[in-house]
Design a protein around this ligand. Structure first.
Ligand SMILES: Cc1cc2nc3c(=O)[nH]c(=O)nc-3n(C[C@H](O)[C@H](O)[C@H](O)COP(=O)(O)O)c2cc1C
Length: 136
């Protein structure tokens, strides 16, 4: 049985307050791609919502290979790497909520999808002897 990691309140607050995360995806043949994403916030202790407004290679990668990883922009304040599998919602309540959030911040946005990262693993990136180890 796989037991997925859950985010602590401190981690969730860190992501929410930072405003930008760096989201890494990969093609099926392993070419990496990383982009800054401003509309990123935890919606519960296991899930991070990302709003697809302008994703291009990122979206294609996620459709072909739903694995993703992200770090908050200011990893000095939130020194964690989150990894998991995404679900892409282009209709329904989660999509509607994503549209409401994005358009309430920037009315000209027309979100294409709510991308939900189901967090499966969390690692510390804090410099030092434990850097890169799994949080448990
Ligand atoms: C500060 C910043 C915040 C951004 N926020 C978002 C976002 O919330 N959603 C989004 O779809 N694209 C966002 N972008 C655009 C993406 O970073 C990127 O340009 C887009 O995904 C296309 O790149 P790709 O082809 O690698 O996917 C943002 C860009 C910057 C510079």
């Amino acid at each position: 049985m796989v037991i997925n990691m859950v985010m602590t309140q401190e981690m969730m607050d860190g992501i929410e307050k930072d405003n930008v995360v760096f989201l890494a995806t990969a093609t099926t043949d392993g070419t990496p791609n990383v982009v800054p994403i401003g509309f990123a916030r935890p919606i519960d202790e296991k899930t991070i919502l990302l709003v697809d407004n302008y994703m291009n290679k990122t979206r294609k990668n996620l459709e072909d290979n739903p694995k993703a990883s992200l770090v908050p922009r200011d990893a000095t304040k939130c020194p964690y790497q989150f990894k998991g599998t995404v679900e892409i919602h282009t209709s329904g309540k989660l999509f509607d909520d994503a549209v409401d959030w994005a358009t309430s911040v920037m009315s000209k946005l027309a979100p294409k999808a709510a991308v939900l990262l189901n967090v499966e693993e969390i690692y510390t990136v804090q410099p030092g002897p434990n850097a890169g180890s799994k949080v448990d």
